[in-house]
Design a protein around this ligand. Sequence first.
Ligand code: SAH
Length: 306
Amino acid sequence: MERLDAFMARANAAYYATRDPFADFTTSPEISQVFGELLGLWAAVMWREMGSPPGILLAEAGPGRGTLMADALRATAQAAPDFRPALHLVESSPRLRAIQAGKLPGAVWHESVEDLPPGPMVFLANEFLDALPIRQIRGEGEAFVVDGERVWSPDSDAPIQETCDVAIDIVRALAARGATALILDYGPSESAPGDSVQAIRDGAPADPFVDPGTADLTAHVDFAALARAARAAGANVHGPTPQGKFLASLGLFQRTGILARTQPPARAGAMIQAAQRLAEPDRMGRLFKAMAICHPGLPTPPGFEA
Ligand code: SAH
């Protein structure tokens, strides 16, 4: 009998260590290069708002193939050459660390967000928090996994409440150190009861509780709970705002249009469709959200204006 969070942590550690997650699912930075470019420019703007501290840390948690950060740094090298951050990555998978190292020379890796060195920091995380282990509680009962099945102990019919203690701790630590953090992930804007654990195995929905390590397990990110934790630790919180609205206001379609203009028609069309996939409400534009956590002295970040 293993509590759900322990099961999920063990299953995902094995999954990310041994499998190629991108054979099972795709993510925004893999869909369009403009995603990472816009996030890089966002980071450079926030660095300036922070007073352009030299040696600022640019951290990313769960960088996957390193695509987001490579796109971000290419954009900032052009548009903000004086932004020369120290690159710090939080990645537990040795396999993915090796892939990231190929794209991001000079980066330094850490096991967890708590291990990031002190100092002014811009922190990015796309589809990282949804992979962190959650607990499910209903009434007096708690979810455990036994022999490939979820059981409740004690049994209860109450609605399921989910909590992700690891994510709350991360956000609290980011707020307490005055970091500027941008979190993109999927989940509702208001905390809602219900079971959001899902598994993708070989590219298709699967039973989350069997064969741990063979499927990617995720749960909805509870943005409202994270916002409360960040505010309680003294930070300002902006959003969550739908990803489509956020990216459009940062110039997703303008930038895509500029890139597409110099491409052959088929390639140009694919680039525009990729941008639409990120932004359209019935695709990734609404369920995915952006939320920023900032020092209260900073102005509203780009993309979060009313
Ligand atoms: N941000 C990337 C990848 C998302 S997949 C993208 O958008 O494409 C989730 C990423 O988080 C992977 O890199 C995975 O190895 C990493 N990850 C998952 N759980 C982790 C943990 N507990 N500690 C550190 N990294 C973790």
